[in-house]
Design a binder for this molecule. Structure first.
Ligand SMILES: Nc1ncnc2c1ncn2[C@@H]1O[C@H](COP(=O)(O)OP(=O)(O)OP(=O)(O)O)[C@@H](O)[C@H]1O
Ligand SMILES: [Mg+2]
Length: 420
């Protein structure tokens, strides 16, 4: 707490306190309390250690989202029970995403069986109003409220951005939890608008934010529903709830594995280095490891096959990108001698593209390499192969698509009001 001087208390809620920061008005401190509540605060208990578990859980979830490329209000952990966040004016809406029907959805939609599966996940919005039990709001109600927060009015574009982001957050965490054989059933998040008028996922994401069923089995649930379901609350019950929360926080350590998926870019000549570096930079941004190799399938066929053997023997999952100008022998030779995916990305020159293209495409029977024309496409194609087994690469791809969606929307908003 030395560099972050705690200022005045801004707000105290049921489970945390928010403090100003004396030395930076764009940030705040979120301190968790050792308190568990449910039913809009009707049921409430002290639970020693809960603040630390909740802070650790939120920090790990936000770190995962940041690692996926999503900007959130979370900045860093300050101590056991406190983290530093971008100070936001909060959108008073709970954004809910459901993969399976359960809980309040079943009461509002009689006849739908528990476990009904939503494709895509179902999205709902609830206005945060404890006194009226957080009523469900439609898109139209939300837009009509014209919330103005840190200078930004929440209209259709802002609604769309939050809705899309909510879906991506759910999908990313769903896949991450699947690697621990846990089904993410549903979850809620909140958004804030920071001092720059930027929309971001804010508040916290902890065991109160989702339903989590190990092995997809409701009886094994590890989230706050265990507490909500209690009619009488004994010390033993509270201890079970706490141990569940601890288990969740510990599991989260496994959800962001080190970068491991490998892309090998083989170039036919060192003169292709610049082109290959462009592919490499795109690949690294997609959370891939990259290695550059030089080998000519025409002039050094044995060497090409020897290099191939290195990857066949050492790594389990490798995607090969072949870069060869003029006549591309490299990609087809690799592809004919390996089961690894091979993507051709020749450094086309505009004057020769129509001739050179055919050596990558018009390959003999039995050869299954694919061909793309641009360095970014090669990296994306390799990432999509790795995304089949690497949930963090999948997450980067998904967040990149979200960012494209947001950038187009913002560009459109800017230009549609341009007076020509
Ligand atoms: N990054 C942030 N900047 C500013 N305020 C925040 C931020 N993140 C969360 N808050 C606010 O902190 C307050 C305290 O949180 P807490 O969750 O304890 O409230 P609560 O009693 O549960 O009420 P609510 O139903 O609004 O969540 C809330 O009003 C929440 O919106
Ligand atoms: Mg809250």
């Amino acid at each position: 707490m030395t560099e972050y001087k705690r200022g005045a208390l801004i707000i105290e809620g049921k489970t945390k306190k928010v403090y100003n920061l004396q030395n930076d008005p764009s940030l705040c401190l979120l301190e968790s309390k050792d308190r568990i509540t449910s039913g809009d605060g009707v049921k409430s208990h002290d639970l020693k250690g809960k603040a630390a578990i909740s802070t650790a859980t939120t920090a790990k979830v936000f770190q995962l989202l940041n690692e996926a490329g999503l900007k959130t209000a979370f900045v860093k952990v300050v101590d056991d029970t406190t983290f530093l966040a971008r100070k936001c004016e909060m959108v008073p809406i709970e954004w809910v995403t459901r993969r399976l029907a359960t809980g309040s959805f079943l009461k509002r939609h009689q006849g739908v069986p528990e476990g009904y599966r939503f494709h895509p996940p179902l999205q709902e919005t609830f206005f945060k109003d404890d006194a009226n039990h957080d009523p469900q709001w439609s898109e139209q109600q939300l837009i009509s409220a014209k919330f103005k927060l840190n200078g930004l009015v929440i209209g259709k574009d802002e609604y769309d951005i939050m809705q899309r982001t909510t879906l991506v957050v759910f999908e990313v965490l769903e896949r991450a939890w699947a690697t621990r054989n846990c089904a993410l059933i549903d979850m809620k998040i909140e958004f804030g608008i920071d001092v720059n008028g930027e929309i971001m996922v804010a508040d916290i994401i902890d065991s109160d934010s989702w339903r989590l069923w190990p092995s997809g089995d409701k009886r094994l649930m590890k989230d706050k529903q265990v507490y909500r379901n209690l009619t009488t609350v004994t010390e033993k019950d509270l201890d079970t709830v706490k141990r569940n929360f601890e288990w969740v926080a510990n599991q989260l350590d496994y959800l962001v594995p080190p970068v491991s998926s490998l892309v090998v870019i083989l170039m036919g000549s060192p003169s292709d280095e610049e082109h290959c570096k462009k592919i490499a930079n795109h690949a690294k941004a997609l959370r891939l490891n990259v290695q550059l190799r030089v080998s000519s399938a025409h002039k050094g066929t044995e060497e090409t096959l020897r290099i191939l053997a290195e990857y066949e023997g050492d790594y389990e999952k490798v995607v090969l990108i072949a870069v060869a100008g003029r006549s591309n022998g490299l990609g087809p030779v690799l592809s004919g001698n390996t089961c690894l995916p091979v993507i051709n990305c020749p450094p086309f020159k505009p004057e020769n593209i129509s001739q050179d293209l055919w050596s990558s495409i018009n390959v003999p029977s039995g050869i299954g390499c694919t061909t793309v024309a641009y360095p970014e496409s090669a990296a994306l194609a390799a990432a999509q192969v790795h995304a089949l087994h690497d949930h963090m690469v999948w997450a980067r791809l998904r967040v990149k698509q979200l960012m494209n969606f947001i950038a187009l929307k913002q560009a459109d908003a800017k230009l549609k009001n341009l007076v020509l």
